[in-house]
Ligand binder design. Structure first.
Ligand code: AHR
Length: 502
């Protein structure tokens, strides 16, 4: 039997778990908004046209901050198209996704929806094709009470209370050649800096996120972060990270180790941010907003789904509707482990995305909504990761991967809240072997109750579908054994497990 060993001591902490780690992302893309959260003709639709079955699932998922309205979409977006009388809102080409945007949903409607799910709105502004002035306009519209042009328009549109948005993203993935208005680090840094300073003239306490690289694989990665932070350091609070993972062919061993890449990515961005801090002799620390992360079968999008016909600009087409397997859920759960492990510096994160588009929640027009496999590691982690993240001592056997070299077979993180107990999140990356995880819990004192829940299936490709929405669900793991100061649990091959220790 393969064994891994974990020592938990609640005195050694990484940092507090910020609820914003469990954020998500709603973009005007495919069927995320239209036929996703919003479907006025649906039997479950409320008075605002929002699907209440989706609202319930989003609440169950336990998301905090929700980034909106894009993504690549935002770089061509005119926010004012989406406010005011609906019958006067223009239809526009969405160049990012080769679609037609009807503008039926805009800032005010989204602010209404987000209240129904108890979320916090994180708003991205267009720094691709627009700039300082339009950003000030939308900030005034969203956050100022009344007495000036844009604030009064919001009041006239039926929203007397300001939306009071605290977190603002200064553009999206501006390093990406696919981005409308793609720019060099120097160009973007100048614009982001000017925009941030102008926004702070309205409200100095806003929390601002400057764009980092759109991925660690970008040729400008590292240098982009340095240049952008050198210019914007004093005026922003976060730098963004984005990362998506998919298997290369059947190299599932590397795919299962995706969190190794996420760990290295985060560490590199922290190092770069702290380098700039040192050079500037600054007392301020820049944290990470990991505001796009997920498993995404991006090659399938590029090869199959992408709309290229110049005459075809559909409304809410089926795009990026990945169906997630057990294997994907294990990788996904491990990405959450990586985020929590860095809780001292990753203080905000957004699962991309929320409904239908690379999403934990799927819907059928006029039909049901269901949970994908990835729904479960997210909802369980969001519910059970409380208090502080702990520094762990983990000894695990290793295995060899194509992409990342030798990596640990078992990865884990733990959180601790004095009144809420201790929770361990663990993955077994082996495709074939069980691993017994021995936990030294002596430092926790008397342990009264330990439960374990796993996501695992003999078929790693099993998924939940419209026809079989409950094919995969978390199951109680009965292998837990507790003795004096020690706990053991068997992690099935290719599995994600959460242990709660009272
Ligand atoms: O989430 C899908 C897309 O991925 C987003 O629009 C973009 O920011 C990223 O490249």
């Amino acid at each position: 039997m393969t064994r891994a060993h974990l020592t938990i001591d609640p005195h050694f902490t990484v940092g507090p778990i910020n609820r914003r780690l469990f954020g998500s992302f709603v973009e005007h893309l495919g069927r995320c908004v239209y036929d996703g959260i919003y479907e006025p003709g649906h039997p479950s639709a409320d008075e605002d046209g929002f699907r209440t079955d989706v609202v319930e699932l989003v609440r169950e998922l336990g998301v905090s901050t929700i980034r909106y309205p894009g993504g690549n979409f935002v770089s061509g977006y005119r926010w004012e198209d989406g406010v005011g009388p609906r019958d006067q809102r223009p239809r526009r080409l969405d160049l990012a996704w080769h679609s037609t945007e009807t503008n039926e949903i805009g800032l005010d409607e989204f602010a209404t929806w987000i209240k129904k799910v108890d979320g916090e709105l994180m708003y991205a502004v267009n720094l691709g094709t627009r700039g300082v002035l339009e950003t000030l306009d939308v900030l005034e519209y969203a956050n100022l009470r009344s007495g000036t042009e844009w604030a009064d328009r919001r009041v006239a549109n039926g929203y007397p209370e300001p939306h009071n948005i605290r977190m603002w993203c200064l553009g999206n993935e501006m390093d990406g050649p696919w981005q409308l208005g793609h720019s060099t680090a120097e160009e973007y840094a100048q614009l982001a800096s000017k925009t941030a300073r102008a926004m702070r003239q309205i409200d100095p306490d806003l929390e601002l996120v400057v764009c980092g690289s759109s991925g660690a694989q970008m040729p400008t990665f590292g240098e982009w972060e340095r240049v952008v932070l050198e210019e914007t350091y004093d005026n922003v609070d976060f730098i963004s990270c984005h990362a998506y993972y998919e298997p290369e062919g059947e190299d599932y061993g590397s795919f299962l180790a995706s969190a190794v890449n996420m760990d290295r990515f985060i560490d590199a961005v922290i190092a770069t941010a702290d380098h700039v801090k040192a050079v500037r002799r600054s007392d301020k620390t820049i944290n990470i907003s990991f505001d796009e992360w997920n498993v995404w079968y991006q090659s399938r999008y590029n090869e199959v789904d992408k709309i290229t016909d110049v005459a075809d600009w559909p409304v809410a087409p089926r795009l990026l509707e990945d169906s997630y397997s057990v294997l994907d859920a294990v990788v996904f759960g491990n990405l959450l482990i990586s985020l929590i492990r860095h809780a001292d510096r990753v203080t905000s994160a957004s699962l991309a995305q929320l409904v239908n588009v690379i999403a934990p929640i799927m819907t059928e027009p006029g039909g049901p909504a269901w949970r994908q496999t990835t729904f479960y590691p997210f909802s369980l982690t969001s519910r059970l990761a409380r208090g502080v993240a702990l520094e762990l001592k983990l000894d695990s056997p290793t295995y060899q991967t194509e992409r990342y070299g030798e990596v640990a077979l078992v990865d884990a993180v733990a959180t601790h809240a004095p009144e809420g107990g201790t929770t361990v999140f663990a993955v077994n990356r082996s495709l074939t072997s069980e691993v017994t995880l021995d936990i030294d819990s002596l430092a926790l004192g008397a342990v009264s109750n330990v439960t374990a829940t796993s996501i695992h299936d003999d078929d790693i490709h099993a998924a939940n579908t419209l026809e079989h929405p409950d094919r995969v669900a978390p199951r109680q793991n009965d292998s837990v054994a507790v003795s004096d100061g020690a706990i053991s649990v068997t992690l099935p091959p290719c599995s994600w497990t959460v242990l709660t220790i009272d």
